[in-house]
Design a protein around this ligand. Sequence first.
Ligand SMILES: C[S@@+](CC[C@H](N)C(=O)[O-])C[C@H]1O[C@@H](n2cnc3c(N)ncnc32)[C@H](O)[C@@H]1O
Length: 435
Amino acid sequence: MVMTDTRPTAKTIEKYGSFQDSLRAPIHRWFTYPAGYSHKLVEAKIDEYMLDSDHTILDPFVGSGTTSLAAKAKGVNSIGIEAHPFVYWIAKTKLHSEYDIGSIEEDAEAIQSKAKGICSKLVKCNGVWPALVYKCFTEDNLRQLLALRIAILGHECPSAHKDFFKVALTATLRDVTSAGAGWPYIAPSKHAKRTVHREAFEEFPKRVQMMVNDVFECEVSDFPISKHELYNGDARKIEKYIDNNSVDMVLTSPPYLNNYDYADRTRLETYFWGIYDTWGDITREVRDHLMVAATTQIRRNQMDKLMLSPNVRHASNAIYEEIQDIVHRLSKLRLEKGGKKSYDIMVAGYFEDMLKVIEGVYCVLKSGQPFILVLGDSAPYGVHVRTDELIGELALAVGFSHFDIQVIRTRGDKWAGNSQRHKVPLRESIVTITR
Ligand SMILES: C[S@@+](CC[C@H](N)C(=O)[O-])C[C@H]1O[C@@H](n2cnc3c(N)ncnc32)[C@H](O)[C@@H]1O
């Protein structure tokens, strides 16, 4: 294993960009997905490995579609897998190629005028949504948002265009919320109210216009034609979707071992559209289908697997012993802590799931080609887990030939003043594993 750039340079940061780049770039910016990574990184890797329209890149955790969109921009074929149905839908809408801008503009006018008519007749919108939605918007905005929802759903247009407007309204939710920005991951009442008031009827048309401009900008660019497949599926079962020995690069950012609950990130959005109504719905339909990376996925009484399964031991006894030791330390530590978080089971589940992903990638990736992961290490309850190295070592145990690690960022600094938090320095790395 080669470890480079233990202190990331300005050049590395510039080359690979950051999540902020995808918040500014056309189409990428249609939905703010904090877990997203930079399209610049994908483009840099495509150039580095000289991929073109004869090649295919796979992202088994494609999220909101950064890898697929960047591959499309470079004329490289792509395959993406995403387990979260709502996030998959966002990626699909962003990747759609045949928007008719003229009719979208006409539809937008019609939708807005219908919505204004509907809104003028709406007195209250009690009983439409779960309580959390009401905590996030003023009474006026609730009526405007509901009117826009009714107008979009009732408007007759091609389904891809309807999805376009639904994504625009989805993004408008965060533009006009009166709750603090971290919501819904943190309860809205814990945040200061926003001082600037924005109205849905003003922000929605701006969103639509921005999206129309993006489609136009990308249409006039001279992209080579390429093929893009997306699956609402499970990265732990890659072989189900993709032929063996058929992929030229795997580039992905899997969930980090940092207790981030992806299912919760879209709670506001899925509640708003009436897709789910309760935490239980989201658990059943989303949380339970994601690989283990958060304690909210763990039901302790049903998951008595403090021991790692023999799969990891079969891959490598040394790695098994190291992870098992971490799991045991965490299962003791949790008893001393107020939250009693199930980091122990989370760590065991994480590596078991990542092993399945690595095995799947080994089957579908061509010999000599790279499997590139962007990921962070972690320190639950202050116990350091060298995630990037362990993933690389697991890959060698599965049969990959070698790996190296490039540190691109240090992490966790923003909690430096928090006395409750561990002081273990963390990093974000690019792990490049060669098949
Ligand atoms: C770090 S995010 C990737 C974000 C992506 N790079 C982007 O730019 O939007 C990890 C993604 O993995 C998804 N995920 C979690 N478990 C999965 C599984 N078993 N199969 C496929 N996707 C999964 C999560 O829903 C999340 O969207």
